[in-house]
Design a protein around this ligand. Structure first.
Ligand code: PLP
Length: 391
């Protein structure tokens, strides 16, 4: 019988965060009050001036197709932002606007990978890198970070082969919240230069860094590194705009052109109204973003201490993003063995939803998102502490 699905699509694993959501919803449907800490999006509303710009665009009839790579005004605005905020030299010709960072990443893999090309991913990693690389017929090569979730340059060097095409770097990191210091980024970039491979730097959480940590764009480290780096970013997390779907890539011009052709034949432009809205985000103040970061910082501090007060749990203090990735393997038992079983246990016994670390490449941990109010974090951690006493 003819196969319904392609081999390509059969290779993709479903999203772990959606699986958690489905389980939590099933419990909610039975009337249980479930606290969800699985979410990867800010619990804040999009700032008003951004919404106003979208309303204005709509009222002015800005509702037609635009250039596939984005309207010139937006590409120029992003290039200016990259120069001013990230110290990355570029022009509008180096910018392509896509439907969120996820779409930028997919198009980069599609435009750069040949079958069998190897892509180094640092573990723990954000789930979609792995699946997108496989979808583009590339081969993900996983290299573990250390226990503090920092890259180990020697391990990365050892993983390089003649087939290596690029190294993916994500700082501030999802799921660990780790921020890679400038020296680590430089060490990874030097390995890329020595071996003539590219760096793909996902900087979606750049505005969420705490306690003196600093975000550095890989492409800002030297002109040679800039030439070998493709930067991905989005308005999604920074401006609490996950549903608007606007992300971008900063890349060498030939790659931008190839991705524009790809977009032109597949999705075409990003929603015209959303493009106008993010111009307002670029031009407006970052006060709302700073307030969000302040709230995440406060929640992070509380949650780290609360996790570390549970016997058998060890939680690094993340310096960025809005996730915690505590080690919970000290609580694993014969019956509750591994992060998936542990998350099922927490859902059933503590009525809290977390994402199993195995989905991000590390079964000793679970991911806890601080994108909920401090009150619900306090309540959730109390319930976790109480329930885990039985283990
Ligand atoms: C590290 C990382 N990169 C990219 C994305 C995708 O962002 P967007 O919603 O802009 O597609 C996410 C979203 O969770 C993420 O955590």
């Amino acid at each position: 019988m003819v196969e319904l699905l392609s081999e390509r699509v059969s290779r993709i694993a479903p999203s772990a965060t959606f699986a958690v959501k489905a389980k939590a919803n099933a419990l909610k449907a039975k009337g249980v009050d479930v606290l969800s800490f699985g979410l990867g999006e800010p619990d804040f509303d999009t700032p008003q001036h951004i919404k106003d710009a979208a309303k204005k665009a709509l009222d002015e009839g800005f509702t037609k197709y635009t250039a596939a790579a984005g309207i010139p005004e937006l590409r120029e605005g992003i290039a200016s932002k990259m120069k001013e905020q990230n110290s990355v030299e570029c022009s509008a010709a180096n910018i392509i606007v896509s439907n969120g960072a996820k779409h930028s990443l997919h198009n980069i893999f599609q435009a750069m990978l040949n079958p069998g090309d190897e892509v180094i991913i640092l573990s723990p990693y954000w789930v979609s890198y792995l699946e997108q690389i496989k979808l583009s017929e590339g081969k993900p090569i996983i290299v573990d970070c250390d226990e503090q979730f920092q890259p180990i340059p020697d391990k990365i060097r050892e993983a390089i082969t003649d087939n290596t095409k690029m190294i993916v770097v994500n700082s501030p990191n999802n799921p660990t919240g780790a921020v890679f210091p400038k020296a680590s980024l430089k060490a990874v970039a030097d390995i890329a230069l020595e071996n003539d491979v590219y760096i793909l730097s996902d900087e979606c959480y750049e505005n969420f860094v705490y306690g003196g940590a600093e975000h550095h764009s890989v492409a800002s480290l030297s002109p040679e590194i800039a030439e070998k780096t493709i930067t991905v970013n989005a308005f999604s997390k920074t401006f609490a705009m996950t549903g608007w779907r606007v992300g971008y890539a900063v890349a060498p011009e030939p790659l931008v052109k190839a991705m524009s052709s790809l977009q032109g034949q597949t999705t075409s432009n990003v929603n015209s109204i959303a493009q106008k809205a993010v111009i307002a985000a670029l031009e407006g103040s970052l006060d709302d973003v700073k307030n969000m970061a302040k709230a995440f910082d406060e929640r992070r501090k509380f949650a780290v201490d609360a996790f570390n007060s549970i016997d058998g749990v060890k939680c690094n203090k993340p310096e960025g993003a809005f996730y915690l990735f505590p080690y919970v393997d000290g609580l694993y038992t014969e019956k509750v063995k591994g992060s998936s079983a542990f998350c099922d246990f927490l859902l059933e016994e503590a009525h809290v939803a977390l994402v199993p670390g195995v989905a991000f490449g590390l079964d000793s941990c679970v991911r806890f998102s601080c994108a909920s109010s401090l009150e619900s974090i306090e309540k959730g951690l109390k319930q976790i502490k109480e329930a885990t006493k039985a283990l």
